[in-house]
Design a protein around this ligand. Sequence first.
Ligand SMILES: Nc1ncnc2c1ncn2[C@@H]1O[C@H](COP(=O)(O)OP(=O)(O)OP(=O)(O)O)[C@@H](O)[C@H]1O
Length: 244
Amino acid sequence: MNSVEFDQVSFGYEGAPIFDRVSFSVPTGEFLVVIGPNGGGKSTLLRLMLGLLSPSEGRINVLGKPPGKTSEVGYVPQDVEKSLSMPVTVRRVVSMGRLGARSGGNDSVDRAMDAMDLKPLSDRPVGSLSQGQRQRTLIARALASEPKLLLLDEPLASVDPDARKSVFDSLNDVAEGRTVVVVSHDYSIIPACASAVACVDRSVYYHDGGELTEKLFSKASGSCPVEIIGHGLPHRVLEEHRHG
Ligand SMILES: Nc1ncnc2c1ncn2[C@@H]1O[C@H](COP(=O)(O)OP(=O)(O)OP(=O)(O)O)[C@@H](O)[C@H]1O
């Protein structure tokens, strides 16, 4: 069973092609980290999954439906600062994730707050939080709708290195029982969380753990992140090589 399927998908803004007949699928339960150079098309890929953009050719399926036709997708956008400059409490922001949801109510908000360790911060104005706490608030807002698929665009962009571990731990917790797709320029999320990596550079190169090599990363980003290879991927990632 797949949570996301791209079948021969083409897309371009105003005619300039970004993707040309791209096919891949994200199995249910995968923690997929999407990497690649600036302008490679990572955010475009998420927008296609969300149904905010439509392919010019091909077919996309998200949780068995066309994109945008299911309420079971959670989305955490970029730009934490901009999204959370409002003078409202943490609980209020998390509750906003329930807007339009039919069931669950306060229980879902409580579960999302718990999952992100936000209970002690419940009544704090979001403007007074640290970057890591703000990021956890945005993730909790997405979780409040109890999504089966969670999409995150650069969740570490404004999180300092000390707060990163707590965001990784939180993401690993929320990944239990759902599919997660994270766009990141920060490769430290790969050994911490990933079960697969998609390199997006005007195409999509989908790799699970066994294929994560230096050669692949140099192709993906134009540089060689020797340190992530050196620090070692977790064994579960290296051993899970399903493509044979
Ligand atoms: N609304 C738009 N109209 C026209 N071109 C766009 C639009 N949005 C993005 N692009 C272009 O499409 C290409 C892919 O952009 P996208 O934002 O998907 O890349 P990205 O991999 O997320 O980049 P980054 O790592 O810099 O965030 C870029 O060349 C970008 O300039």
